[in-house]
Design a protein around this ligand. Structure first.
Ligand SMILES: Cc1cc2nc3c(=O)[nH]c(=O)nc-3n(C[C@H](O)[C@H](O)[C@H](O)COP(=O)(O)O)c2cc1C
Length: 173
């Protein structure tokens, strides 16, 4: 079985999961930018993992176009520890029902460390932080986001890859 794990990772969490999954399955692992369309036929199984920023799965549009004729396994890695409602939001914000039926989706909990954010993104999140700080009657979720600016979270654990690894074994021809 020849397989590859492709990833897009800004802060390292998705990359870590991609590496663990590839090691377990004995797949290749590569940054998405290093993968060419002409290589698709070389692999029986393909996984793509990416981070979620401002609700959007990074580079997903490109990947859905690239693999419009070949079903792959896609995982998102974001800041929540595995809250079902938030995972459903990530799915519905990033895929249409046909895309979700064609590809397989998994969620792996990442974490947030805003101190690592640089450049334009830093400017944007600082504006977002100010808006939240000035808001009266904050919701629980908003309080948690504000907390995240001063207390980094990290839920990255190798045991989280179990489900996706088992799924790949089962779906191998
Ligand atoms: C600027 C920024 C925006 C983010 N936006 C979201 C978001 O909308 N939803 C979410 O669940 N996590 C969000 N996160 C958390 C990231 O998805 C999380 O850190 C993820 O593990 C990043 O993956 P990476 O380390 O591979 O880049 C955000 C993080 C940053 C730094």
């Amino acid at each position: 079985m020849k397989g590859i794990v492709l990833y897009k990772s800004k802060y390292g969490n998705t990359k870590q999961y991609a590496q663990w999954i590839a090691d377990d399955l004995k797949f290749e692992v590569r940054d998405l930018s290093q993968f060419k369309k002409s290589e698709i036929g070389n692999y029986e199984q393909i996984i793509f993992g990416t981070g979620v920023y401002m609700g959007k799965m990074n580079q997903l549009k490109k990947v859905l176009k690239l693999f419009k004729d070949k079903p792959i396994t896609i995982f998102a890695c974001a800041g929540n520890a595995g809250v079902e409602k938030e995972i459903e939001d990530i799915k519905s914000n990033n895929f249409n029902p046909e895309e979700l039926a064609f590809h397989d989706f998994f969620y792996l909990p990442g974490g947030v460390d805003f101190s690592k954010v640089k450049g334009i993104m830093k400017l944007m999140i600082n504006i977002f932080r100010k808006v939240l700080q000035n808001k009266k009657d904050k919701t629980y979720d908003e309080e948690q986001i504000l907390k995240g600016f001063t207390e980094p979270s990290n839920y990255v654990e190798k045991e989280h890859i179990k489900e996706i690894v088992e799924f790949m074994h089962k779906s191998a021809k």
